[in-house]
Ligand binder design. Structure first.
Ligand SMILES: Nc1ncnc2c1ncn2[C@@H]1O[C@H](COP(=O)(O)OP(=O)(O)OP(=O)(O)O)[C@@H](O)[C@H]1O
Ligand SMILES: Nc1nc2c(ncn2[C@@H]2O[C@H](COP(=O)(O)O)[C@@H](O)[C@H]2O)c(=O)[nH]1
Length: 241
């Protein structure tokens, strides 16, 4: 388990133009085939402030069959954030050790800090057939796709850049220079939306939440999922395949 030593968040950095290509790819290690993981893996990405944490939190309150994961990060905690709840806040050397031990399914540099999803946070649950949601950046989402071809990639867009900025300001968690950086990075991130399966525009919150719930529900109605969940019905109806 990660220690609670905190790494100070000295300077956040812009995403380099080739951030995706340059991202370390834990996916190269490979963590198993789709057939071994009957649960659904939902990946939610968005520029900072678009509202992905708020939407995922609301989804989890409504749907107890979806499980979140807690990522590791070298970022310092914000005001009320707690180690082990929002993130495992770990120093850089511990993050390095986890990378060296191949402990991440994916990890990336985001806004000058490193963030990663531990393999153990995902694999056991999906193996047991549970649904898991990851709230990660687009670089991580692309790595996940390399490992889990059937992962469902969802991108959240804000209704406008002005609203994005105003949400970051209203949230009141980040310094003005950090907000500027996140706004600059937002364009790079939003340019990746075309690589995702679904796009939700988070304008009216309840509408966006309905969209997110619909995607989760539709995934559970896919033939392969129904075939597994309703095996007896299929058998009784004489459907073999
Ligand atoms: N539809 C919405 N309308 C108005 N405000 C919203 C909406 N959705 C989220 N917000 C607010 O916008 C702010 C940013 O939301 P949130 O923290 O969920 O974003 P995020 O995408 O998870 O950001 P980060 O990547 O930095 O964690 C919060 O104050 C949240 O309450
Ligand atoms: N690739 C990953 N990105 C992650 C992970 N956990 C969070 N994130 C993303 O980082 C930014 C910034 O988050 P913040 O909490 O500092 O505002 C945001 O886009 C997150 O989605 C992860 O495990 N891997």
């Amino acid at each position: 388990m990660a220690s609670s030593n905190l790494h100070s968040n000295s300077s956040e950095q812009p995403l380099p133009p080739g951030a995706l290509a340059g991202a370390a790819c834990a996916a190269e290690a490979g963590v198993g085939s789709e057939a071994e993981y009957p649960g659904n893996l939902f990946v939610v990405a968005a520029p900072s402030g678009a509202g992905k944490s708020s939407l995922v939190k609301a989804l989890l309150e409504l749907d107890t069959r979806v499980f979140p994961t807690v990522s590791h990060t070298t970022r310092a905690p914000r005001g009320q954030e707690k180690h082990g709840r929002e993130y495992f806040f770990i120093p850089a050397h511990e993050f390095d050790a986890m990378v060296a031990a191949d402990a991440f399914i994916e990890w990336a540099n985001v806004h000058g800090n490193r963030y990663g999803t531990a393999k153990k946070a995902v694999e056991d649950r999906i193996q047991q057939g549970a649904d898991v949601v990851l709230e990660i950046d687009f670089q991580g989402a692309m790595q996940i796709r390399n490992v889990f071809a059937n992962a469902v990639l969802i991108f959240i867009l804000p209704p406008s850049l002005e609203e994005l900025r105003s949400r970051l300001e209203r949230r009141g968690e980040d310094r003005p220079d950090v907000i500027e950086l996140r706004m600059r990075n937002a364009s790079v991130e939003m340019a990746q939306a075309g690589s995702f399966d679904y796009v939700i525009i988070n304008d009216v919150f309840e509408r966006a939440l309905f969209d997110l719930k619909s995607i989760v529900h539709a995934q559970r109605l896919r033939y392969s999922a129904q075939r597994r969940a309703q095996a007896q019905v299929f058998h009784a109806l004489g459907i073999q395949a």
